[in-house]
Design a protein around this ligand. Structure first.
Ligand code: SER
Length: 587
């Protein structure tokens, strides 16, 4: 089945179940300053989920173009994209869990022909805000999904929304396609994303998250579902990644033919970013320094840089954009209408970036040499800012390039330098430098401490060669980059997880002292020997477990952390690994 028939099949199925087919909305949300892009089909429907009557009725379905930049560094694996199409159906106070789940199951098994055995589902495990979703699990069971294929997970996995800071949200049940049915039967879909592709999500929106963080009941109980078109299509076609469907293969082929040394990861990143950039530009956006224009710039510049890495000479974005247009203009007519603007904007940005890139790369190398000769592991914020301000290097790009050189970029220092110099045009900055910079919430604090426990656990399990190469924390998860030559075995991952959870159960006290860099070295403190605070550094000790240089903040006792779980481990370059992990709190 091709993408075109798949979209139609979905819409016809839900039309047959009494749903009105509505048009998709713009990629730029109207009336919602809290997000830059439409990230899900439900987004434009928020007023109706809150109780306003929708003119087309209580059952709706559509195809919605979406853009998510949170996982931009995950792009290049089998299943992550920034721009994607979402198939969705909604009940506005009409059918509830039984109706939604039955229709999902019928569509997956009878229309798409997925074998029931290859479907895994997850349900919400319950906490202080909402009960365990036994009802959803029971419906799955009745339909024939065995208990062993139903997993209960916490909010981090099985809760959706709100799309911005406040609004409709609720527990969800997620459906995964098992790409390796002969694999170990007890693997959990949430921890094996390469095997289990999350294809669909039914959200039971009955809560309204308020500005103070509490949850109220919505006026009506809604269902919001979202199916990832590209992933599901790949599952349907039985190809190993979504880049092998006809939505991507023409773009991939063209990149391969231009590249001197095609490296699959880079080729995929270029394909994804170019597609996303084309759709953002089709909204009339011109690349710039804040908000959506900044995202357009970042996508384009990242694509150009990966292009250089795989030996693409000269301008190439316009040529690739033509392929995207050919592939998707029949569904998204705005691409054709805005063709001139898209091509001109790409060309202008590419020219500008190529020029600065050459000078910037020289400057970047000088900065790296400077750090090395001073024995620094951290590229100071003012250098990151200079690369940004003078050479147009997006700070995230510098962070990524520095990581490949075994250095960490001081993003907090960058932010300070940025604010100092750009006092006037700070609008939008907060949103752009989100996650791990200004954030000091209880969630990120807990994850900071968990990062220390993880760092030490890795050293104990893998050896003292393990060194931190980067760390990024959001309210939902931690991400830790470290030096290690090979993939961790399941046993090693288990051992690391177990060690961290042991230190949590021991409820160790976390304390800190200020001392000189030399003293910290003598004490065997791990961490980055930068002198951001002059020669004095803050050294955090976690009971008898770890000693590490860090700016904080941390919890007082490790018992506050909850349960530690590694979600993913993968390579991010030669000798470099990345772990994503979450903390789960039961209540
Ligand atoms: N809003 C939910 C999601 O994005 C379902 O559409 O997954």
């Amino acid at each position: 089945m091709d993408a075109k028939s798949f979209r139609q099949l979905y819409l016809d199925f839900f039309a047959g179940k009494g749903h009105a087919i509505i048009g998709g909305s713009s990629l730029i949300p109207e009336h919602d300053p809290s997000v830059l892009f439409t990230t899900a089909g439900m987004h434009p429907l928020v007023p109706f989920l809150l109780g306003e009557a929708h003119p087309a009725g209580k059952r709706l379905a559509n195809v919605q173009k979406c853009l998510r930049t949170d996982d931009i560094t995950e792009v290049g694996d089998e299943v992550h994209l920034t721009f994607f199409e979402m198939l969705g159906n909604w009940s506005l106070g009409d059918y509830w869990k039984p109706g939604a789940i039955q229709m999902s199951y019928e569509f997956l098994t009878q229309r798409l022909g997925f074998e029931s055995d290859r479907i895994r589902v997850t349900c919400f495990q319950g906490d202080g805000d909402a009960p365990r979703d036994l009802e959803a699990a029971e419906i799955w069971r009745t339909l024939g999904i065995p208990d062993a294929h139903i997993t209960f997970l916490p909010k981090a996995d099985n809760w959706w929304g709100p799309a911005g800071a406040t609004g409709p949200c609720g527990p969800d049940t997620e459906m995964f396609y098992d790409t390796d049915p002969d694999g170990p039967p007890d693997e959990n879909p949430a921890t094996h994303p390469a095997r289990f592709w999350e294809v669909w999500n039914d959200v039971f929106m009955q809560y309204d998250k308020r500005a103070d963080g509490s949850y109220g009941q919505l006026a009506q109980k809604n269902v919001d579902t979202g199916m990832g078109l590209e992933r599901t299509l790949a599952a349907l076609q039985g190809v190993p990644s979504l880049y092998e469907t006809e939505l991507f293969s023409p773009i991939i082929d063209r990149i391969m033919s231009l590249a001197g040394k095609p490296e699959p990861f880079a080729v995929r990143v270029i394909a994804d970013h170019l597609r996303a950039a084309v759709f953002v530009l089709a909204e009339g956006i011109v690349p710039g320094n804040v908000d959506q224009p900044y995202i357009a710039r970042r996508l384009i510049r990242r694509a150009v840089r990966y292009g250089r890495e795989i030996g693409i000479a000269g301008h190439f974005l316009g040529e690739l954009a033509q392929v995207v247009l050919l592939t998707l203009s029949d569904v998204y007519t705005e691409l054709e209408t805005n063709r001139d603007h898209i091509l001109t904007a790409l060309d202008t940005e590419e020219t500008r970036f190529q020029q600065t890139l050459r000078r910037g790369e020289r400057e970047f190398r000088r900065a790296v040499d400077g750090c090395r000769s001073e024995g620094q592991d951290v590229m100071p914020g003012h250098l990151v800012f200079r690369l940004y301000d003078t050479y147009g290097f997006p700070p995230e790009l510098t962070e990524e390039l520095a990581g490949k050189q075994g250095l960490t970029a001081d993003m907090e220092g960058f932010r300070l330098a940025f604010e100092e110099h750009q006092e006037k045009s700070r609008q939008g900055a907060a949103g752009r430098f989100k996650g791990g910079l200004a954030e000091r919430s209880p969630e990120t604090t807990r994850l900071h401490t968990a990062t220390h426990l993880l760092h030490e656990a890795l050293r104990r399990v893998l050896g003292p060669h393990v060194e931190q190469r980067g760390s990024n924390i959001t309210a939902e998860r931690l991400r830790f980059d470290f030096s290690h030559p090979e993939k961790l075995t399941p046993e090693q991952l288990d051992a690391v997880e177990r060690l961290v959870n042991e230190q949590i159960s021991r409820d160790l006290q976390v304390t800190w002292e200020e001392m000189s860099v030399d003293e910290a070295r003598e004490r065997g403190a791990a961490g980055l020997f930068e002198d951001r605070y002059g020669n004095q550094v803050k050294v955090y000790s976690t009971g008898d477990w770890s000693v590490e240089i860090c700016g904080g903040p941390h919890v007082e006792q490790t018992g506050e952390l909850g349960r530690f779980r590694i979600v993913r481990e993968r390579s991010i370059g030669a000798g470099l690994r990345r772990i994503r992990a979450v903390l789960e709190t039961d209540s």
